[in-house]
Design a protein around this ligand. Structure first.
Ligand SMILES: [Zn+2]
Length: 272
């Protein structure tokens, strides 16, 4: 992949994949496939809302095995995808945990021990299924301090952790800023607000080498949302090259230019 392609990338990301949400996720994936928008990063929730653990659903496992085989990435997306911690006490906490998401920000307020327990089980779920694992995406992109420490101490070499505004590269938590568009589709005012936010984000996106298109299962319930996504994705594909988040993160660690292997250059490097 050339330098230019890496510099103008798009990551198509399907959130909240679990047995219960799979029909909706499959519909999103079909839309992406029809548009030629791949590879895709699929965010897997091992025990979504405490129901139907992924390890017990052979059809779900087989479907994701097929996605892996065609080059998609699977990332760990929380464990239960429910924020059951005590209610937020600050305005910012209220906006983040109850307005921007509806009590889905599982890793927003966990203490380190509780976060470590869920991380360990999530990592184990991937290990048992022999799914490669490079990234952790906290539900609603909310990560509290206890959860951050738990990731540092979990012993698993995650390559990245996603935030709303960018991607942290581990182990040093270096933030690479990205553009990111998503819908909050389940009320008219939320859809209107989402469209305005998406427009503003796309206007800024030319400054970012990576644009993330974040699709959620509930998007399929609204025809106007799906129609908007189709148009937007087709436009983005004309300008950017699809990558998985893991591919893009890895590209940041790759030297951008190959220097000619001259004696001068070699001696400069040695001197440096
Ligand atoms: Zn989610």
């Amino acid at each position: 992949m050339s330098h230019r392609e890496i510099d103008r990338s798009v990551a198509f990301v399907v959130h909240d994949a679990a047995p219960r949400t799979w029909p909706a996720c499959a519909q999103l994936l079909q839309m992406l496939d029809d548009l030629g928008a791949g590879p895709v990063t699929i965010l897997v929730v091992p025990h979504y809302h405490y129901q139907d653990p992924i390890a017990k659903d052979a059809r779900f496992i087989a479907a994701l095995d097929r996605r892996l085989a065609r080059g998609d990435e699977l990332a760990l997306h929380g464990f239960h995808h429910r924020d059951d911690e005590p209610p937020p006490r600050t305005l910012r906490g209220f906006v983040e945990r109850r307005i921007l998401t509806r009590a889905e920000g599982e890793f927003a307020a966990l203490n380190e021990a509780a976060a470590a327990w869920r991380l360990a089980r999530g990592i184990e779920a991937f290990r048992v299924l022999r799914w490669p694992l490079h990234g952790f995406v906290p539900p609603a992109w909310l990560l509290g301090e206890g959860s951050r420490v738990a990731i540092d101490r979990c012993g698993y070499p995650f390559r990245y952790v996603s935030a709303r505004r960018g991607i942290f590269r581990l182990p040093h938590w270096r933030l690479a800023r990205t553009a990111n568009v998503c819908y909050s589709p389940d009320a008219r005012w939320r859809r209107t607000l989402s469209r305005a936010l998406i427009r503003a984000e796309l206007a800024r996106a030319h400054r970012r080498s990576l644009l993330r298109v974040s699709l959620h299962p509930q998007d399929v319930h609204c025809a106007e949302v799906l129609a908007h996504w189709r148009t937007l994705i087709a436009e983005v594909l004309a300008q950017r090259t699809p990558v998985t988040k893991e591919q893009w993160t890895a590209s940041l660690d790759t030297p951008r230019y190959e220097y000619p292997a001259t004696a001068d250059r070699a001696s400069t490097r040695v001197a440096a």
